[in-house]
Design a protein around this ligand. Structure first.
Ligand SMILES: *Cc1c(COP(=O)(O)O)cnc(C)c1O
Length: 379
């Protein structure tokens, strides 16, 4: 153990905030309020501001999965979705996207990714629409925004809801404005789900998430939904959940949000080094753009003989990761989907390797890692 270039060191990631985190923790501990309250409200406002949409509603919840789940449940309550309705999702995603859909009794319809962006291929969405399709959940995977005119046209033509899974792309910028006129990921569709899981670009020290929307009714329903379905105490208008956010996590997230640009730009700088320096015919780099379309939650290369490559990297002190080795439709929890075939997604699952890109990786580490990669020889 003890990699010279670790994939991620969460203590180090938090270390630059540690004084303020301790201060926030002490404030919450001494406040006597341990669920909800003004710390949560302050975080909700800070997220709207960080996303450049101070007028949007933000509802803090217990995790990214709960953000997705409650958004769907709230739309069901409002009559916009019904059990059995189809929701288009990417075949290449973290399973949470799909779990949220099936948890609500909705039917996930998977669409292949574009092999270059590894995000849902927006040109294939129209072909996946059926008379039962009611929503699309674009996932800005690895920090790269997926948003274009084609997606918007399909959505308008069929009057679909768009619930963005923005767990990996906080602060990323879309090339085209969304339905609300803004360009920031998570504000483009009708609702955006955020995760503050500790490994994300902005991480709590536990579980935390949020939904962002411009829809007053949806925001009200979400607020009730996260709190047992009550509109005021002991008056339960809907069958809700306990998906509340605690003020300790809220305070930690709130103090990090103003540093979002800094967090993302340091990842961009590392991605820039990799893009510039990695030069090996056996290693396919992700599309690089200097424009901020990606916030590089992961820097994912593709290598044919992945295990051999990862062993080689480990032998040279570089810890790597795989996001993700098994696509959702091949997971044991979805036996009925196992027969489906999405060759592009399956190929990405076989070949993808994530390189260190967090703030505990320095630019000179990234140069070293690039040179190690360039010496890799296949077979
Ligand atoms: C992390 C993640 C989630 C879930 O977030 P949690 O806070 O871990 O529940 C959902 N979708 C994607 C794409 C993610 O990366």
């Amino acid at each position: 153990m003890g990699y010279r270039y670790p994939f991620l060191d969460l203590y180090k990631v938090n270390n630059m905030y540690i004084g303020r985190i301790k201060e926030a923790a002490e404030r919450v501990i001494c406040s006597g309020r341990y669920v909800g309250g003004h710390e949560v409200e302050a975080m909700e406002r800070a997220l709207a501001v960080a996303c450049g949409v101070p007028d949007a509603y933000v509802v803090g919840v217990s995790s990214g999965l709960d953000a997705l789940r409650l958004a769907l449940r709230s739309y069901m309550h409002l009559g916009r979705l019904a059990p059995g309705d189809e929701v288009i999702v990417p075949a290449n995603t973290y399973i949470a996207t799909v779990l949220a859909v099936t948890d609500c009794g909705l039917v996930p319809v998977m669409v292949e990714p574009d092999v270059l962006t590894m995000n849902i291929d927006t040109s294939l969405i129209e072909g996946a629409v059926t008379p039962r399709t009611r929503a699309v959940m674009p996932v800005h995977l690895y920090g790269r925004v997926v948003w274009d005119g084609m997606l918007m046209d399909t959505v308008r033509r069929h009057n679909l809801l768009v619930i963005e899974d923005n767990a990996q792309a906080i602060g990323a910028t879309a090339p085209v404005a969304g339905f609300n006129g803004s360009h920031i990921s998570g504000t483009l569709g009708h609702a955006g789900a955020f995760s503050f899981y500790p490994t994300k670009n902005v991480g709590a020290m536990g579980e935390a998430g949020a939904v962002l929307t411009f829809d007053t009714q949806l925001a009200e329903t979400l607020r009730a939904m996260r709190n047992y379905g009550q509109s005021r105490q002991y008056h339960n208008e809907l069958q809700g959940y306990n998906c509340r956010l605690d003020p300790l996590q809220a305070a930690i997230v709130a103090l990090k949000l103003p540093e979002l640009e800094f967090e993302n730009s340091s990842r961009r700088a590392i991605a820039g080094v990799y893009d510039c320096m990695i030069d090996n015919p056996y290693v396919s780099k992700p599309i690089y753009d200097g424009t901020g379309i990606s916030v590089w939650h992961q820097y994912v290369v593709r290598v044919k003989d992945r295990d051999r490559f990862r062993d080689y990297m480990a032998g040279n002190g570089v810890e790597t990761a795989v996001h993700y080795p098994v696509p959702p439709h091949k997971q044991a929890c979805y036996p009925d989907m196992n027969i489906l075939e999405f060759p592009v997604a399956e190929n990405i699952a076989r070949e993808c390797v994530s390189l260190p890109v967090s703030r505990c990786t320095t630019l000179s580490d990234a140069e070293d890692i690039s040179m190690i990669i360039n010496k890799y020889r296949h077979g």
